[in-house]
Design a protein around this ligand. Structure first.
Ligand code: SAH
Length: 369
């Protein structure tokens, strides 16, 4: 099909865009022009690019397209959180969430359709894994949200931060994620500083070392447990890359960056990882790692075996960490009336990993046994 042969300009970062223009005998500055039209001005139509000659536009028309994901549904929460459901090719859908706060606006984007990591407390995991998102599909979420949100009355950006904390494990889709992040930080695109782009990972150690070589975005690590036995249960990836190796990689990531700290995410699960003993273990574990701790009250979803820690347990845990000298915040649950909270993003995933079948088989076995 003709359209499939066309290059989707939305997914080209500066380097690829410059290479593309060099390939058709055009100067590098064209890359900046086109990036600016697409990302700063939200344009998806070559004809709108008035500083590009008609001739060149015509040539571009023949070989390129600007194709964002299709917007299917937009929802707004009573607390101002907004969620977009986007349809990709092949019928899969992903979700993107915008969380406004007093001093910033954070967009939470997805990196994969579903997820293969199978964390026991995450609803995305239950759906299994379908595929990686392309760079166009990742940055396309920023593009759609940016266009929907417009500018604030002072003409300032509304999206001030992006977190890769939606569906998927970003480090298992390395190249596309790095490309999309470079567009988020490009001055001709979304112009975010490296401190305002955060990649969240369950801890793919070799990819963390690779990331350090090519990017210095802020890093969040989903720790969730202070010892390997418990973490193996909650984040099965830990069996491959245990806590010690993960923390060593974290130290390497911030080495030589004096003001950088790793954000450790810790989901608060009632009676599972929220006791004073767990807090003491965590305090010891993170000694010597430049850290901030982000406690996330568990967000329940249908079929989960976990419940959220009570407020008193969360406060006790938090106070112990603070008294030990750790910067600790408790993430406020936002947008739960539209299922937009952490771990609730579902979208629509055509599972290719057969996880659903395995889960059903396991349930049947349990019912019989
Ligand atoms: N795969 C990446 C990013 C996606 S999840 C990662 O593991 O970091 C973003 C964050 O939400 C992670 O810290 C994840 O552990 C957390 N999370 C997942 N399910 C949750 C739930 N039900 N309640 C609260 N937080 C959850």
């Amino acid at each position: 099909m003709e359209t499939q042969l066309k290059t989707n300009l939305l997914g080209l970062d500066r380097q690829s865009m410059e290479a593309f223009f060099a390939g058709i005998g055009e100067k590098a500055f064209r890359a900046s022009q086109v990036l600016q039209w697409i990302h700063q001005n939200g344009v998806d139509n070559l004809d709108a690019m008035t500083n590009i000659s008609k001739d060149l536009r015509k040539r571009l028309q023949e070989v390129t397209e600007i194709r964002p994901p299709e917007l299917v549904l937009e929802q707004a929460s009573a607390d101002g959180t907004r969620k977009w459901l986007l349809r990709l090719d092949s019928g899969n859908c992903i979700e993107t969430v915008f969380i406004p706060e007093r001093d910033r606006g954070t967009l939470c984007v997805s990196s994969q359709v579903g997820c293969a990591l199978d964390c026991s407390f995450c609803s995305t995991a239950q759906q299994g894994f379908n595929r990686n998102l392309s760079a166009a599909e990742i940055i396309g979420q920023v593009w759609v949200a940016n266009r929907a949100l417009g500018k604030d009355p002072k003409g300032e950006r509304i999206i001030t931060n992006v977190v890769l904390m939606g569906m998927g494990e970003p480090l298992l889709n390395f190249d596309n994620v790095v490309k999309a992040m470079s567009l988020m930080m490009d001055d001709f695109c979304y112009g975010l500083s490296k401190r305002r782009v955060t990649l969240s990972t369950a801890g793919v150690v070799p990819a963390l070392d690779r990331l350090r070589e090519v990017s210095d975005v802020a890093l969040a690590v989903s720790l969730h447990a202070p010892n390997d036995a418990l973490r193996n249960e909650l984040v099965p990836l830990n069996k491959k890359y245990p806590i010690r190796e993960l923390l060593d990689a974290c130290k390497r990531y911030v080495a030589g960056k004096p003001h950088s700290r790793i954000t450790f995410e810790y989901v608060m699960l009632d009676g599972v990882n929220d006791s004073p003993q767990h807090a003491r273990e965590l305090i010891k574990l993170l000694q010597g790692v430049p850290s901030k701790i982000n406690l996330i009250p568990f967000n329940p979803f249908p079929g989960t075996r976990y419940t959220r820690s009570g407020d008193a347990a969360i406060m006790r845990f938090r106070d112990m960490l603070i008294n030990a000298g750790y910067t600790t915040i408790t993430r406020k649950t936002r947008g739960d009336d539209i299922d937009a909270a952490c771990g609730q993003l579902a979208g629509k995933v055509m599972d290719r990993s057969k996880r659903k079948i395995r889960l059903m088989a396991a349930e049947q076995a349990r019912a019989v046994g």
